[in-house]
Design a protein around this ligand. Structure first.
Ligand code: MCN
Length: 809
């Protein structure tokens, strides 16, 4: 069990909890942000990448002769050279899947349309792209497979010969007595569900500039990877390059949402080109490359059995999940364990069995993507709750209220060892029902149906788990050298008394400069404008742990943990110096309005005078004291590794959100729109309510986009049909309805200051929209089984059942 952190008493004048405007916004909204593509180095070359036109093919020959002769071309890299100069990237799968050979360019074979085959560095991007057209590649097409279930078939082509199977991980999680629950149930509700492929499509695509300094031997990598220090083993081992001579710099990042975690193959490729050419090399991904070859979210098919009682009590779930992770395991099979952060969702059932199959196919590799692996699982549970309600003829809110984990059961231990850290799910549902006027809407729906107007109401309550425990990858294999989580912070009060903070968190737009200055300002009794937080990340300047980065809704919690450790050390030292100077005891010193105060005598002195003594007036220091006022700290939660039944607390915080979606659906055309949308969220104590509100809106827009517009569709040849923003529809402001929000603030029982993460959001709109569309379709007797809803699909479903005209019952 994790340790319970003592909550700070709410004080009137804390900056924490204030909706102050974000410090970074004037820079970001006035065009002064510095992104990786803004960096220009003297003598820089531009790299372009030739990509596979086939889903699965042997590379019979590759001829670069003509391309090399194009004026302006400086160097070309091919798979054959990469295989000689580098090692395959680290794999976290158990054997034999860990035999999978993944390089930064295809070696011998291509495995998905868009896989990099060769790279050209030239004096300009245009020349590099022209040269790609002169590279001659002869392919021999192989049979391909695009579906996870089919890829497990005996006759399916093997995608990676060195693995010998398309199955990269199979695990069985078995808790309670699911077969007994099935025996004792009044009814067993069965469904086959499909969670579709989409991604988060940040405004800024991936980018890398690599520069090998021939004098120092340092390799400087400007990039927008969202956890660059975590990439170090992949790059250092892959490139056979010492990690202590690598420097990672990120500036502002135009969104990541998980998709920028697995950019390491492109980072390695750019580094290799810089080493080869001995010049700085820049690669900037274009949108099409991003859509076909960066990473997608996990696609998953579920076969579910839910034993239930007639009153709506859910006794358990028995699930087989088939996860399509695309052509390579770049962060996978982590997704095959991460869903278990939220095994029962927000429900009390104890009987649970999951057979999880993770499978490679000839599609773009997947990677973390806002709500990573949990949103698929939570969508399945939320869809099942509504299907159960429908089969039992109960109201879906009644089934939820009957099964929710209660607030008086917190901290609640889930069957798989998660320790939920507080919350009131029932309250969140009651509130959201009130906001949308649930009773009024049901009446409107009844009346509407009589006139052929279809209204649908859908709810979804998801757990938004944050601050992951890397110990979860030990489920895959004990050999994985990762567990727990850690973050670093450095706080300095310089000789003039000015406060500077360095974070390891690598922000991508979340507002870390703002929240960190609020936390630190409270500790020193100053205003946040007196605290400067370094923008971006530079491994030669910022502190870091190898788990640093913005992912898993962890920075507010982990950053605060590290900041509190650092400020504690610094306050201790300042108090000792101040006590010496004010001739009092250290315990009597308080920090107020930029001064240090002896609370017994009310004598005070400005903080800058203490700092002055610490740095340059150091004959005033207590005898033997080390000069300087800098504190570097690391913080880690109390995590463990899995037990023999794979039980472990996989994250530190478990926020939750209940969403309500109301749709109006035209029965003739199947066109539908969201007419009301409400969210109640609880991320514990909020540091900055305005940022939290922004995150809630952002995650809602993402989820609504995925539910209604965004879909990676492949044709039978494995060609991505939605490879531009004309086909891959990202919602615009007019597509997202006005979202009504209402926060609950239940302090986390375990995290520093009672804060919980909020950034990922849990993918709740997918459940709410699916359930709303399903509810609208009740007169047709149609059940929604896919996470993606669009008019064409719905129209097809209606027409399949009613070929000529629509007939509401
Ligand atoms: N916050 C707060 N009070 C809390 C919790 C958070 O005030 N109780 C605020 C903090 O100020 C913090 C922000 O909310 O700046 C997000 O905090 P947190 O939940 O800790 O998430 P991270 O900062 O670790 O960011 C990662 C998270 C994830 S996992 C995805 S995906 C996502 C998200 O952030 N990607 C984003 N939001 C994003 N927002 C932007 N603009 N860009 C992305 O790429």
């Amino acid at each position: 069990m994790a340790t319970v952190t003592e909550l700070v008493k709410p004080e009137a004048k804390l900056w924490m909890g204030q909706p102050m405007k974000r410090k970074e916004d004037p820079r970001l909204i006035s065009g002064l942000g510095r992104y990786v593509d803004d960096v220009k180095l003297t003598g820089m070359l531009y790299m372009a990448i030739l990509r596979s036109p086939y889903a699965h093919a042997k590379i019979k020959s590759l001829d670069t002769t003509k391309a090399e002769k194009l004026p302006g071309v400086v160097a070309i890299l091919t798979g054959a050279e990469v295989a000689k100069l580098t090692d395959p990237f680290l794999q976290i799968s158990p054997k034999p899947a860990s035999n999978l050979k993944d390089y930064c360019l295809a070696v011998g074979k291509v495995h998905f349309v868009g896989e990099p085959v060769a790279a050209v560095a030239a004096e300009s991007r245009a020349v590099a792209e022209d040269a790609l057209e002169l590279i001659e590649v002869e392919y021999e097409q192989l049979e391909h497979v695009l579906d996870a279930v089919k890829a497990l078939g005996h006759d399916a082509p093997i995608i990676h010969d060195e693995v010998g199977s398309n199955l990269v991980f199979h695990g069985t999680w078995d808790y309670g007595e699911i077969d007994e629950a099935i025996q004792n149930a009044d009814k067993v509700v069965k469904a086959k569900l499909h969670f579709h492929r989409f991604s988060s499509t940040p405004i800024e695509t991936n980018g890398v500039i690599a520069h090998m300094d021939r004098f120092t031997g340092f390799l400087t990598i400007y990039c927008n990877n969202q956890m660059p220090m975590f990439c170090v083993p992949w790059l250092s081992f892959g490139l056979r390059f010492p990690s202590n001579k690598m420097r990672f710099i990120t500036g502002d990042i135009g969104g990541g949402f998980g998709t920028k975690i697995i950019s390491y193959p492109y980072m390695a490729l750019t580094c290799l080109m810089a080493i080869k050419t001995k010049r700085p090399v820049k690669w900037t991904e274009d949108r099409k490359e991003h859509l076909i070859g960066a990473n997608h979210g996990n696609e998953r098919t579920f076969e579910v059995e839910a034993p239930v009682k007639n009153d709506g009590t859910i006794l358990g779930l028995k699930v087989s999940a088939y996860d399509d992770c695309g052509a390579y395991t770049r962060y996978e099979p982590a997704g095959a364990t991460i869903w278990a952060q939220v095994t029962p969702g927000c429900y009390r059932f104890q009987n649970f069995k999951m057979d999880f199959y993770q499978v490679v196919t000839n599609k773009c590799p997947v990677g973390p993507n806002r709500g990573y692996s949990r949103m698929q699982h939570l969508w399945m549970i939320e869809r099942m709750v509504d299907i159960i309600a429908k089969e039992l003829n109960l109201d879906p809110t009644e089934v939820r209220l009957r099964n929710y984990i209660r607030s008086d059961e917190m901290p609640y231990v889930t069957p798989s060892g998660g320790i939920y850290d507080g919350g009131n799910y029932a309250e969140s549902l009651h509130r959201v029902m009130k906001i949308i006027d649930y009773d009024g809407l049901r009446e409107e729906q009844r009346e509407g149906r009589k006139k052929g107007k279809l209204i649908g109401i859908g709810f979804s309550t998801v757990i938004d788990s944050g601050t992951n425990n890397f110990g979860q990858v030990k489920i895959l294999t004990d050999d994985n050298p990762f567990s727990g989580n850690s973050e670093a912070a450095r706080v300095m009060i310089d000789g003039l008394g000015q406060i500077q903070v360095g974070l390891g968190t690598v922000p991508q737009g979340q507002g870390h400069e703002t929240f960190a200055s609020q936390i630190v300002a409270d500790q020193f009794g100053v205003t946040p404008d007196k605290v400067t937080v370094l923008a971006g990340f530079d491994s030669a300047i910022n502190p870091f742990s190898h788990q640093s980065g913005s992912y898993a809704s962890r920075s507010a919690v982990m950053g605060t943990g590290a900041l509190l450790e650092a400020t504690k050390k610094l306050k201790d030292k300042v108090s000792e110096i101040a006590a010496h100077l004010l001739k009092t005891r250290k315990e009597n010193i308080e920090f107020q309005n930029g001064n240090v105060v002896d609370k017994t005598t009310e004598k005070e002195m400005p903080l800058w005078q203490v700092a002055n003594a610490a740095w340059v007036n150091n004959t005033l220091l207590p005898k033997g004291m080390e000069p300087g006022l800098v504190a570097l700290s690391f913080w880690r939660p109390d995590f463990t590794t899995p037990d023999e039944k794979w039980r472990l607390n996989q994250t530190l915080t478990y926020s939750y959100q209940t969403h309500a979606a109301v749709v109006e659906l035209d029965p003739e055309t199947a066109k539908f729109k969201l007419v009301r949308y409400a969210i109640v969220d609880d991320c514990g104590r909020q540091i900055n309510p305005m940022i939290v509100e922004g995150q809630i809106h952002g995650a809602a827009a993402h989820g609504i986009g995925a539910a209604m517009f965004e879909n990676f569709e492949y044709d039978n040849d494995g060609q991505l049909l939605s490879s531009t923003f004309v086909d891959y529809l990202v919602p615009s402001a007019i597509d997202v309805p006005n979202v009504l929000t209402s926060p609950i603030e239940t302090p986390s029982l375990f995290a520093p200051l009672g804060i919980r993460g909020v950034g990922e959001g849990g993918g709740s709109p997918l459940g709410a929209v699916s359930n709303a569309v399903d509810d609208a379709l009740v007169p047709f007797g149609i059940t929604v089984t896919d996470s993606h809803q669009n008019p064409q699909l719905i129209y097809r479903m209606i027409r399949e059942k009613y070929p000529s005209t629509w007939q509401a019952h």
